[in-house]
Design a protein around this ligand. Sequence first.
Ligand SMILES: C[S@@+](CC[C@H](N)C(=O)[O-])C[C@H]1O[C@@H](n2cnc3c(N)ncnc32)[C@H](O)[C@@H]1O
Length: 180
Amino acid sequence: MSSSSPPPDDGEGEGSDGNAGGKSLSYGEAEYWDARYVEEGGAPYDWYQRYDALRPFVRRFVPPASRLLMIGCGSALMSEDMVSDGYVEIVNIDISSVVIEMMRKKYFDIPQLQYLRVDVRDMSMFPDESFDCAIDKGTLDSLMCGVDAPLSAAQMVLEVDRLIRPGGVFILQDLGSLER
Ligand SMILES: C[S@@+](CC[C@H](N)C(=O)[O-])C[C@H]1O[C@@H](n2cnc3c(N)ncnc32)[C@H](O)[C@@H]1O
């Protein structure tokens, strides 16, 4: 699997490629992601694009001194690459406790990186306007595959809006079309 390929299409229908005990799971379910990260054994994987491709855009809008929220971080190298590029504080969240534990162990000696198990639809643990920037690469797409997709998407966007300071930046990379 290349590090920039879109979600795998395995012929099981959009947004669903997992099966746990006969129960079909989708990209919108925490159980799907937990099972997937166990299966991948902690191997890094960046959805869509790596940081080097996004760097010109990110550097243009996000100063390295920013306090940054990485939404649905997964096992991506994006945050590590951003620290190597001078970013000083990246709070990474994901709904999968499995990947958060793996990433904590992997990056225990990089103080610029924090990993927290948080559902993007309820980020009440963070105060209002506590971030300069939020980045999402692929998490909104995942929510759109789950049950109550429109509600989940609205909750996510409202929470991100609450957390970014006035004048802050939200960078969203997804596979959606303008018609969606
Ligand atoms: C398509 S992957 C993208 C991972 C990473 N951002 C990247 O670019 O490679 C979507 C990620 O969103 C996480 N996720 C799904 N639903 C979530 C939710 N409600 N709250 C937080 N993270 C969620 C999944 O566990 C998964 O790691």
